[in-house]
Design a protein around this ligand. Structure first.
Ligand SMILES: C[S@@+](CC[C@H](N)C(=O)[O-])C[C@H]1O[C@@H](n2cnc3c(N)ncnc32)[C@H](O)[C@@H]1O
Length: 361
């Protein structure tokens, strides 16, 4: 059994996406924002589920009456089911009650587990990572999700499973990231860019070149300029005055869909308001033509009937990218975000379209 977390309210859309992804997929709603499914996950063709916030692969129901019992359950799993001598991460979370419910219990369980590991498996404790960076092939992940004080689900994913399933297992607890704040930014839209960078594990850096399509009023350009990057901003309307005055910003007034850079750029940033199929085709086109090394693009939906229009991205980008994700960000409204690193052309030819191996997990 696998568990999927989603934004409460998005459950039907995640079920539809599962059905589009796996023939005959069924999912059972366990609680708001929590679904179980028994689909067979292929580690070589890992699913991309834009409506899943987090995946807990191979989850088992568990119960424990006290903090001590919880930590014992965890200790058994951590001591016996993870590869020796490799890093691992631990996600403990509560999924019941309102905001903050179960927080203390989770903290006490973590402390009790640490204490047991300190006494009985010091080496394993030393290998516990507190990072939120993308998984490496050697990283294991243990997730405990409490659905009540004395019941929950335990998912043990020994390496390389978290890395294999990295398009839907996130290195953030429950797949959630706090939404950033910066009062000096021209709009709140910058929160999407910052979250996408965190999920990608890459940041726009000094001296890189970004094309920012649909850039007005300018908060994505603002982030890039603050990092010391050069920006080619494209919109029908100009950006905020101080950004327009930046010597590192070039403004092109016109249609974002007709813009082509003179040379390949480091980043395509795109937050244009457009029909989803147009934005989907734009990303695929930029990636096919190798016009950018990396991209972060918002796909805006007009209604709920649009969600299936994301599907061409999943297959298209799997063949064009070294890494990519497609997800609904915590900072997204009725939108999704697609981001990735485009493969150099030779790598794609050498790799072929899809791996033939059908190993399941
Ligand atoms: C959501 S806003 C972008 C916000 C921006 N990312 C920021 O952080 O401030 C969308 C922008 O897309 C622009 N836009 C929509 N269609 C466009 C097109 N075809 N060509 C250029 N710009 C377009 C709009 O003018 C608008 O400024």
């Amino acid at each position: 059994m696998h568990l999927l977390l989603t934004e409460p309210g998005d459950e039907p859309f995640l079920c539809d996406e599962l059905k589009r992804t796996f023939v005959g997929a069924e999912a059972e709603l366990l609680a708001p924002g929590l679904l179980r499914t028994d689909v067979v996950l292929q580690s070589t063709t890992p699913p991309v589920l834009a409506f899943a916030r987090q995946l807990l692969p191979n989850a088992e129901p568990v119960s424990a009456a006290s903090i001590r019992e919880w930590s014992e359950r965890l200790f058994e799993a951590v001591a016996s089911r993870l590869p020796e001598g490799q890093p691992w991460r631990l996600h403990l979370a509560a999924h019941y009650g309102g905001e903050g419910a179960g927080g203390n219990r989770v903290r006490f369980i973590r402390e009790a587990l640490r204490e047991q590991l300190r006494k009985r498996r010091r080496q394993r404790l030393r290998l516990l990572e507190h990072a939120e960076t993308p998984f490496r092939e050697t990283t294991s992940l243990v997730q405990l999700l409490l659905t009540a004080p004395d019941t929950g689900f335990l998912s043990v994913a020994p390496a390389p499973l978290p890395w294999q399933l990295r398009r839907c297992v996130w290195p953030f607890v429950k797949g959630e990231l706090p939404v950033a704040s910066d009062k000096a930014a021209p709009s709140r839209a910058f929160t999407k860019l910052v979250e996408a960078e965190q999920r990608l594990g890459l940041r726009i850096a000094a001296d890189e070149t970004c094309v920012d399509l649909g850039a007005c009023p300018g908060s994505w350009s603002y982030v890039a300029l603050n990092r010391g990057a050069r920006v080619i901003a494209v919109d029908r309307s100009p950006l905020r005055e101080d950004l327009m005055a930046s010597p590192r910003l070039t403004f092109h007034q016109g249609d974002a869909f007709k813009f082509t850079p003179e040379a390949s750029v480091d980043w395509l940033l795109c937050d244009v308001i457009a029909a989803p199929e147009r934005s989907v085709e734009l990303v695929l086109d930029w990636a096919r033509q190798r016009r950018c090394r990396r991209f972060i693009v918002t796909i805006k939906f007009k209604g709920q009937g649009d969600y299936g229009k994301l599907e061409p991205l999943k297959h298209g980008l799997a063949a064009l990218c070294d890494e990519f994700f497609l997800t609904r960000l915590c900072a997204n409204k009725n939108e999704a975000c697609v981001a990735g690193t485009v493969s150099p052309a030779e790598t794609e030819l050498a790799k072929g379209p899809f791996a033939a191996d059908k190993e399941s997990v």
